[in-house]
Design a protein around this ligand. Structure first.
Ligand code: ZN
Length: 205
């Protein structure tokens, strides 16, 4: 028999959802509000949807103080949103590093084009500062073959994640890592909801 998922309501929009789909917050000992993106910090949690508008609404309506019954030291909502986004990006970088250690990553423009043409990779990551012609070519290939793609890191950071020099693009083989990355990217995009986000500002990606 399937166990029922624990549910909580969002402090922003009040909707009740499965706890695992919500963003958890805890209080540090000095009562600073801390986003718990991994959902693993100890203590009582308060929740919002994984959406920046719900987080901003919860802050604006002082719902965290209500939920934690007392004063909460709460950063402005744009800072909290940036902190959550930074942790999500960190997590995505962590998955890329793990996939690389497991030998599931091919990197560099030519290898990526080759992989997209001959193999069927699980996900493509393009550097935010890739040269436009190669970037367009890779994204067009990914679209043609129905491969998910994203751009979150510049060449320098992408290389650093792989323990290498500058990298303009990489592919992750199909499997657990690429699934985890697709899942994390979806969460990241949902968090920024309303259409285009930082990683999408660049029209060629
Ligand atoms: Zn909500």
């Amino acid at each position: 028999m399937a166990r029922e998922e624990p549910q909580r309501s969002c402090l922003g929009c009040r909707e009740v959802r499965d706890k695992k789909d919500l963003l958890r917050f805890v209080l540090a000992p000095d009562r600073t509000l801390v986003p718990d993106v991994q959902g693993k910090l100890p203590g009582r949690g308060a929740y919002t949807c994984l959406r920046k508008s719900c987080l901003a609404a919860a802050v604006a309506k002082k719902q965290f103080s209500r939920s934690f019954k007392g004063e909460v030291r709460c950063a402005p909502s744009d800072e909290l949103i940036a902190a959550v986004a930074a942790r999500m990006v960190e997590r995505i970088g962590g998955y890329l590093a793990l996939a690389n250690k497991a030998g599931k990553v091919a990197s560099g423009g030519e290898s990526v084009i080759e992989a997209l043409t001959r193999k069927s990779p699980g996900i493509v990551c393009v550097a935010t500062d890739i040269s436009p012609d190669i970037g367009e070519k890779i994204v067009a290939l990914a679209r043609r073959h129905g491969v998910a793609h994203f751009a979150l890191f510049d060449k320098d950071r992408l290389g650093a994640i792989l323990g290498k020099g500058l990298r303009s693009a990489l592919v992750v083989e199909q499997g657990g890592f690429s699934e985890a990355l697709r899942n994390e990217m979806e969460k990241y995009r949902n968090f920024f909801e309303e259409g285009r986000t930082q990683h999408d500002k660049n029209p060629r990606i």
